[in-house]
Design a protein. Structure first.
Lengths: 113, 113
């Protein structure tokens, strides 16, 4: 079975600082996609960033960037200039099967003033 | 633009009662459709996915079933709810073969009493 592991159940960061959330995954596929989703208290799942495995360049979306290490099967999320609105659960996900996302258990991020 | 509607937002049902959660997608054709369950403090567990009308794949044996009577309609059902069916249910869709991001509905919080 494909697995996604997030080893940090909870993290906190001060406003304006940088934080990195970790994710590792297991797949035997050559072509797959990786995602980070954000789930704020409203519980709406929001896509933060995506990475195609065949692209070596790390994806970036404004304050959010990833460090994709394909050989190590690692996919960490860096949030720069953290804002109070970044407080949420963050889920790492992969699509090795091509049909459905496999999610990690999530990291609860708290941004403090 | 594409939108996804899921209802109801909140549901309290007695043990042994039936369940029907509905999800519809607008603005796209032949989407892949998914039902996920999120238990308290945990990640998202894939329950069912569908790549077309009448085509349902079940990921986890359980008390629930899914149906896709129309191209953009996905229904989650149960004949007799169990206490363990309580949780947060999310419907999602993606395009094509699924190697793209999934877009989620607002979710249904189900409490079985």
């Amino acid at each position: 079975a494909q697995t996604v592991t997030q080893s940090q159940p909870e993290m906190s960061v001060q406003e304006a600082e940088t934080v990195t959330l970790s994710c590792t995954y297991d797949t035997s596929e050559n072509n797959y996609y990786l995602f980070w989703y954000k789930q704020p208290p409203s519980r709406q799942m929001i896509l933060v960033i995506r990475q195609e495995a065949y692209k070596q360049q790390n994806a970036t979306e404004n304050r959010f960037s990833v460090n994709f290490q394909k050989a190590a099967k690692s996919f960490s999320l860096k949030i720069s200039d953290s804002q109070l609105g970044d407080t949420a659960m963050y889920f790492c996900a992969s699509t090795p099967s091509g049909y459905a996302l496999n999610f990690g258990k999530g990291t609860s991020l708290l941004v403090t003033p | 633009s594409q939108t996804i509607h899921q209802w109801p937002a909140t549901l309290v049902q007695p043990v042994g009662s039936p369940l029907s959660l509905e999800c519809t997608v607008e603005g796209t054709s032949n989407p892949n459709l998914y039902w996920y369950r999120q238990a308290a403090g945990r990640g998202l567990q894939l329950l069912f996915y569908s790549v077309g009308i009448g085509q349902i794949s079940s990921e986890v044996p359980q008390n629930l079933s899914a149906s896709r009577p129309q191209d953009r309609q996905f229904i989650l059902s149960s004949k007799k709810l169990l206490l363990s069916d309580s949780g947060f249910y999310l419907c999602a869709w993606s395009e094509g073969a699924g190697n793209t991001e999934a877009f989620f509905g607002q979710g249904t919080r189900l409490t079985v009493v």
